[in-house]
Design a protein around this ligand. Structure first.
Ligand code: FE2
Ligand code: FE2
Length: 179
């Protein structure tokens, strides 16, 4: 029974990402993210997909009443800063500054709700002392750290193959509003 529930949560999480994140995953900014490493050998796009998937799974597991669309979109855009932070000149300040840069880029490309903007802007809590205001932001904040640690130590929370499969659903997922 537990196994079938876990399978259902996986299926629901994958479907929610395809449904709510398809336009983001197909955007030019995400093509930039696919060329930039975030941690270890994981690019920024796959890192963001990992955060979205983990956050959805956790919300489903805890039966939290969340806005799934906001959770997916904020998770996919939380690191939409669109530069290689490993290059000279970005330095330590990147850790503090990048949520605001990601938010500014995301607002130029997409119409975002207050809940989505808050989750992007505050995902670096507690490095940035302002905590998220909404449950979606807390889930992203937590799952970002889980994903980042796994990627950095070479033990990713999700396999690269699975993340690539989630990314490829942007081309075949159901249109917004269906399914
Ligand atoms: Fe980040
Ligand atoms: Fe991140």
């Amino acid at each position: 029974m537990n196994g079938s529930r876990a399978l259902l949560r996986r299926a629901l999480a994958g479907r929610a990402i395809a449904r709510h994140g398809r336009d983001i995953l197909a955007s030019p900014g995400m093509d930039v993210e696919r060329k930039i490493i975030q941690h270890g050998d994981t690019d920024v796009c796959l890192h963001s997909l990992c955060v979205a998937y983990l956050a959805l799974r956790l919300a489903l597991r805890l039966r939290l009443a969340i806005d799934a669309r906001a959770l997916v979109r904020a998770a996919l855009l939380h690191d939409y800063f669109l530069y290689d932070w490993h290059e000279r000149g970005h330095g330590i300040a990147h850790g503090v500054r990048h949520p605001q840069l990601a938010l500014a880029n995301a607002r130029k490309a997409f119409a975002l709700t207050a809940r989505e903007q808050d989750a992007i802007a505050r995902h670096m809590f507690p490095l940035d002392p302002r905590p998220p205001r909404y449950a979606e932001g807390w889930l992203i904040c937590l799952c970002d750290k889980v994903a980042a640690v796994g990627e950095t130590i070479g033990r990713p929370a999700l396999s690269g193959r699975m993340l690539l499969a989630l990314d490829e659903r942007r081309e075949s997922g159901p249109p917004e509003g269906e399914g």
